[in-house]
Design a protein. Structure first.
Length: 223
């Protein structure tokens, strides 16, 4: 048994699970993972035995439980400082934390209208004005981070950081709903998609068979 165990939801749909899992996988440390199917009978009770919030992801390590995606990233950053999961420069680090927390706390319309679904491509879906504004805000964040701090690599702050984990589910959403991207955003999204840890998640998701109706939309449907 590995020192780390992470409890996640369905890989096809669970954006928050991906945000917590991705930094752990990227580190290359040994860990066990347990997928708890969401929205099925008994799933809430099963999760509550592993996570006091009743939500996933939850990371267990040496008798400790960390049960929120951004907190998991912070915990791993403290445990593995050499991995620089936050940028070393104080200004860049403050900026990375700011955009990560903006994703953590906001974009509610995007979450509802562009739910994560790794199984399908859903072109032509119509979105509300609020969701469209949030899509543009995300593009603005990506361009700003790349312009200010992205010179050392293909990610928001050059090398991979927690900020990229926070926006990785958005990359999948933009692919699912065929959101048009400018060259800077497209190059960033492509770098995230090709990240080995991201591909490992997608490969595992492709083997899942559970369908959650609330996250399935017909092409061309409106909100």
């Amino acid at each position: 048994m590995a020192d780390f165990t992470i409890y996640i939801g369905n890989r096809v749909y669970s954006s928050w699970s991906l945000r917590g899992w991705l930094p752990l996988k990227h580190l290359g440390v040994a860990f066990d993972e347990v997928m708890i199917p969401l929205y099925v009978e008994g799933s809430k009770d099963t999760i509550l035995r592993r996570s006091p919030s009743g939500k996933v992801p939850a990371l267990h390590h040496q008798g400790r439980t960390v049960w929120e995606s951004l907190a998991i990233g912070e915990y791993l950053a403290e445990k593995f400082p050499a991995a620089t999961l936050w940028p070393e420069d104080p200004g860049a680090r403050a900026f990375a934390r700011s955009v990560s927390n903006e994703m953590h706390a906001g974009f509610s319309n995007l979450r509802v209208e562009l739910s994560m679904n790794l199984r399908r491509v859903i072109p032509g879906r119509r979105f509300s004005a609020d969701a469209l504004a949030q899509i543009e805000r995300i593009k603005e964040i990506w361009r700003d981070c790349r312009a200010r701090y992205g010179k050392g690599g293909p990610f928001l702050f050059g090398p991979f950081t927690i900020a990229d984990a926070m926006y990785a589910p958005v990359v999948t959403r933009f692919r699912t709903y065929e959101i048009a991207l400018d060259p800077i955003c497209a190059a960033y999204a492509d770098a995230v998609w090709k990240l080995p840890a991201m591909q490992a998640w997608c490969d595992a998701a492709a083997k899942e068979t559970i369908v959650i109706d609330r996250f399935e939309y017909e092409p061309g449907g409106s909100i």
